[in-house]
Design a protein around this ligand. Structure first.
Ligand SMILES: Nc1ncnc2c1ncn2[C@@H]1O[C@H](COP(=O)(O)OP(=O)(O)O)[C@@H](O)[C@H]1O
Ligand SMILES: [Mg+2]
Length: 346
């Protein structure tokens, strides 16, 4: 057994009716790391995280968590905590009562973080005695994270935790996850945007229509040879256009929707890094003031978009034939009640 690996999956396949949600997925996620699972809507992220939490069982393939095979029974493996599709919470109870209820359900001798401490870590101390009914999506996400922290998890699984978070909420969540990883826990979190994960993750797995299109360290993903769009803010756009048009490898993106209406100082140009270097030199030589040069989407987001667009097939292509009765069984398995998501946190 490889002691540096937290999660290893081989040939994982999960089918819902005629949709192949996961198609022979191989993954390996290192211990003590924050691993990002990225992909467009419908890529299979929630399905894969659900398998890790024991909310569903794969149709094919093997999945190991800390070297132990994940069984055929629907149950969260030991030391694994988290939620998919939003945390299950009781709306009529306060934040504190929700967590206290979870603590009461657990074995007395199980390791646990205190309720107050968990609330403090996610920045919800001030609303500890407020009913969850009035919480925003971001506050619910943070309370879900606090619930997962109660168990002192070895593996924390979070589905789209950045959804609905304001900058302060994001700061709290990032802080908690970084501390967990520093203490040796493994964190796996998903997002449909690469930018959400850039600051947090050292490694990512990119899923597209149920298949892994990239898995590895973030620095292997960006590619200087990829053409990117850049917003160029200058003192004189007419002159800058002329310079850009005359620079080899640089194109002007007309009618770009990343330019605010009426903003006459910005043009959007496209090219590789080397071509941009040359453009900057020429703009400065032409006595045009260069006030901003920034990629419209980050290089990693661009790599992600290129990879997922390349591999996205026409919807019909990933469908397989499945008997109807099996499809119903699968749908029932997925629609577990809210409490089973919390159960996964035990
Ligand atoms: N219970 C289910 N019944 C039928 N189809 C499902 C079910 N769960 C997921 N799917 C399908 O599987 C694919 C992957 O879904 P999901 O894992 O939720 O993607 P993601 O989380 O990346 O958006 C989608 O096409 C989705 O419609
Ligand atoms: Mg999802």
């Amino acid at each position: 057994m490889d002691t540096t690996v937290a999660v290893r999956g081989r040939g994982i396949t999960k089918v819902f009716g005629d949709v192949v949600a996961l198609d022979h997925v191989d993954v390996s996620m290192a211990k003590g790391q924050i691993h990002g699972l990225v992909g467009p809507n419908g890529a299979g992220k929630t399905t894969l995280l659900g398998l890790l939490l024991g909310l569903a069982v794969a149709d094919q393939g093997t999945l190991e968590i800390f070297g132990a095979p994940v069984g055929r029974a629907l149950a969260a493996p030991d030391g694994v905590s988290g939620f998919v599709d939003g945390p299950g919470l009781y709306p009529t109870l306060t934040a504190k009562q929700n967590l206290a209820a979870l603590v009461a359900l657990r074995h007395r001798d199980a390791p646990s973080t205190g309720v107050d401490e968990a609330l403090e870590q996610v920045g919800l101390t001030a609303v500890a005695d407020d009913k969850v009914r009035g919480f925003s999506l971001g506050m619910r996400q943070r309370l879900g994270l606090a619930a997962a922290l109660l168990t002192k998890p070895r593996l924390l699984v979070l589905d789209e935790p950045a959804n609905g978070l304001d900058p302060a909420g994001k700061k709290h969540v990032h802080g908690v996850l970084n501390r967990l990883a520093a203490d040796g826990a493994t964190v796996i979190l998903s997002s449909h945007r690469m930018d959400d994960l850039e600051a947090l993750c050292s490694e990512v797995t990119i899923l597209s229509t149920g298949r892994v299109v990239f898995s590895g360290p973030l620095n292997k993903l960006s590619d200087e040879n990829r053409e990117l769009d850049y917003r160029l803010r200058v003192s004189n756009t007419a002159d800058a256009r002329t310079v850009a048009a005359g620079t080899p490898g640089v194109g002007i993106v007309e009618g770009s929707d990343t330019v605010a209406r009426g903003d006459t100082e910005v043009i959007v140009v496209r090219g590789q890094v080397a071509a941009m270097d040359e453009l900057v030199a020429r703009i400065v030589r032409a006595d045009i003031a260069l006030r901003e040069l920034a990629p419209v989407v980050s290089p990693l987001e661009a790599a992600f978009l290129a990879l997922t667009e390349q591999t996205a097939e026409k919807p019909g292509e990933r469908h397989t034939e499945q008997p109807a009765e099996k499809a119903e069984e699968k749908a029932a398995e997925k629609s577990a009640p809210a409490t089973s998501q919390q159960e996964a946190g035990r």
